[in-house]
Write a protein that binds this ligand. Structure first.
Ligand code: 5GP
Ligand code: SF4
Ligand code: MG
Length: 456
């Protein structure tokens, strides 16, 4: 998901600025979008299923443009827990003894089920199936303390990977779990206002200047003087999600001081060193394989070219999941170009999840006359589920958890197949990271119910 927050010392077109910011975070979630704005008295939320441009039509924007608005939060949703239903769209809001609160959340709480159970026993009522509601209910329950104290207490009770932006009618708060699994950055507006966003490109579009990342375990908020206060609530133990650099974050983003596109290039370079092959051409799977393919080409000395054309209008295709339709889906999006004819191709992509995409693409390249297709993947095989907010499918659907390397190669019809090693990912990113979906070592814990299931 993508999250966003804005506070300004004076009225601003808050809804319009948040809409711009959400547009820059669209890649982090395409299922639903929402904006909440306030002017100190009123608080309005508009949200629905769909892309940012679909959800925020003129009628919705008019309703959000309340007079003298000076703060708000926003969300783009990518469903992990809680299904793709309208009532699961965010921001979520709740009434507390301190007034109304609204929350936007990226990530997953690992102990949400246990806390939900405890809250239910104390009479809480839940409206959604998503775990974000657990946090906002915890905060509302503690809000007899002040909002900052209440939020810090909720941070201490919840485990997992989460970046959260939260507001009442006066202030905006932003926080990251102790591992800093999901990104979150701080920006400054020229009028002295503050912006919080999942990724820096959203700041740029909103006219804010990048200040710094929220630190793992840190809670920041706009204080009464309009300054930014900080509280290191949890012991920082940084293991941000490696998948942000591998695939998820925008290519122009810098997260925790490490730029994504150069990191992807380094992944490709290390991959070329670890898994060289005699070939004529390096071809990326657009768009997510481009960075690594550039790196593979540079390190191997093999020429780079766009052997696949991506139809920029394909976007999301709502197609029935039958075999023929899945095949058509890849063909709607991608077509092989004539440069691959008669060539031994190194096909570079960022990841294999279910293994369907790679198989179709290998087929496309052969039909276009490629004589050999060597698949190189710039991440290790995904063998374990993510409990921290990336929907890499249930374990039984992960092709690498049920197949050997040779079986996957045969399945996708490649002449050879290689994945980047875990050490290679670490080297390319250059900082401590979570690699749990590759190695099963979960730095921010595992849900108890899943651990029990595995033990059966
Ligand atoms: P597969 O066909 O193996 O299931 O999917 C692999 C492709 O999906 C890769 O090209 C990769 O860029 C993309 N991918 C990896 N992770 C995700 C994800 O979390 N969501 C979506 N929509 N695509 C992903
Ligand atoms: Fe990222 Fe994988 Fe860790 Fe999930 S398990 S946070 S996708 S590295
Ligand atoms: Mg891809």
């Amino acid at each position: 998901c993508g999250v966003l927050g804005l506070w300004s010392p004076e009225p601003l077109p808050v809804a319009d600025l948040l809409q711009l910011g959400l547009f820059a975070l669209q890649h982090r979630g395409q299922e639903a979008a929402g904006i909440c704005v306030s002017n100190g008295k009123d608080l309005v939320i508009e949200k629905d299923l769909g892309l940012v441009t679909q959800v925020f039509d003129e009628a919705r924007m008019q309703r959000l443009r309340i007079p003298a608005a000076n703060l708000g939060i926003g969300h783009t949703r990518y469903s992990t827990t809680g299904s793709n239903l309208r009532f699961n769209a965010q921001p979520l809001n709740v009434r507390s003894s301190k007034g109304i609160l609204a929350i936007a959340h990226n990530g997953n709480f690992v102990n949400a089920l246990q806390i939900r159970q405890a809250l239910l026993e104390h009479g809480a009522v839940f409206q959604t199936t998503n775990d974000t509601e657990v946090m906002i209910n915890l905060i509302a329950r503690y809000a007899k303390l002040d909002l900052v104290e209440a939020t810090a207490r909720a941070m201490r009770e919840l485990t997992g990977g989460f970046s959260v932006v939260l507001m009442d009618r006066h202030t905006v708060l932003a926080l990251r779990d102790g591992n800093g699994v999901r990104p979150l950055v701080i920006g400054r507006l020229s009028n002295g206002g503050w912006v919080f966003a999942s990724e820096p490109p959203a700041l740029a579009l909103m006219g804010a200047e990048f200040v710094r990342d929220v630190r793992p375990g840190e809670l920041v908020w706009v204080d009464e003087a309009g300054g930014l206060s900080s509280w290191q609530v949890l012991e920082p133990c940084p293991t941000p999600c490696a998948f942000e650099w591998i695939y998820f974050a925008r290519a122009d983003a810098t997260l925790d001081g490490i730029a994504t596109h150069p990191a992807r290039i380094r992944m490709g370079e290390v991959l070329a060193r670890e898994a060289p092959v005699e070939a004529d051409l390096v071809v990326p799977v657009p768009d997510s394989g481009i960075g690594a393919a550039i790196g593979y080409s540079r390190a191997s000395g093999l020429p780079f070219d766009f052997g696949l054309h991506k139809n920029p209008y394909a976007g999301r295709t709502f197609i029935q999941p039958t075999q023929e339709m899945r095949d058509l889906k890849v063909r709607l999006k991608l077509a092989a170009t004539p440069v691959v004819a008669g060539k031994r191709v190194v096909l570079v992509d960022d990841s294999i999840v279910r293994g369907t995409t790679s198989g179709r693409i290998v087929q496309l390249l052969r039909e276009a006359g490629a004589t050999e297709v060597h698949v190189r993947i710039s991440s290790p095989p995904i063998k374990f589920p993510c409990y921290y907010g990336i929907d890499t499918a249930a374990r039984k659907e992960l092709v690498a958890s049920t197949h050997t390397l040779e079986q996957i190669r045969a399945l996708i019809g490649a002449d050879s197949l290689a994945f980047l090693s875990e050490a290679g990912v670490r080297e390319a990113i250059g900082g401590p990271v979570c690699l749990a979906c590759f190695n099963g070592q979960y730095p921010a814990g595992q849900p108890e119910e899943e651990v029990r299931k595995e033990a059966l």
